[in-house]
Design a protein around this ligand. Sequence first.
Ligand code: SAM
Length: 263
Amino acid sequence: MKHIPRKRFGQNFLTDHTVLEAITRLVAPQPDDVMVEIGPGLGAMTRLLLASLKHLHVVEIDRDLVGRLQKTFRVDQLTIHQGDALAFDFSNVHVPVGRKLRVVGNLPYNISTPLLFHLAQFAPIVQDQHFMLQKEVVERMVAEPGSKVYGRLSVMLQWRYQMTLELIVPPSAFDPPPKVESAIVRMIPLAQPLACDLGALGKVVTTAFSQRRKVLRNCLSGLFTENDLIASGIDPQARAETVQLERFVALANRLPVDRRHAK
Ligand code: SAM
């Protein structure tokens, strides 16, 4: 029986083999890799990954799809974690000493931003991540200062990862086709992110971009003096979209500890 795609789970299944093969080439799975696929769906990518891997973990929320995967793949090949990837503890996947986890997925677009932030917690145990996302989201992730789409997502993820947009994928590659273009992003955790409290950085960046058109002296007046901005190398007349990651980090490091977390 044909599976009827569920909108609430962001189900747009990849059906274009050229695209599936291109993604597999980008991921370049090696037999002993410890890999987790988020949202395997009907298993199109799963099958290609397993052509190279000895074993694969998948996290899938939809029980019907889990039932199909159980019938399609052997248990010694595929470990199925039925549940919400947003609550999945990636540190529970066994990784032999000296190796790290690889994460892949054609992600459900409705939860992509919270999922990226959830995964960021596990960056120290991750080798790399390859995701299909809405193209516009990938553009925001990799945007540089000065770009109109440079914002909170760019700064927070660039603090943690080196990221590249690898491939643009048209709606026609999926069934049903999504309304927007998609893109593959490669994310490699940085060995040493700049020293900084993540709560402080999050607060500064969220506040700085909350009113993009305002100059930073005004946007950040509740948190910093003009001198704090200048001491962090930031022009108080500048707008958030022109400020480099290093400067935001310098500013976040000036935020008193008791002001770091509350919204
Ligand atoms: N990988 C498949 C493909 O490329 O054809 C399916 C991709 S589809 C865009 C997203 C998949 O993620 C679906 O299988 C959906 O059921 C699953 N999914 C949606 N929300 C999820 C969640 N919170 N946790 C785990 N899987 C989820």
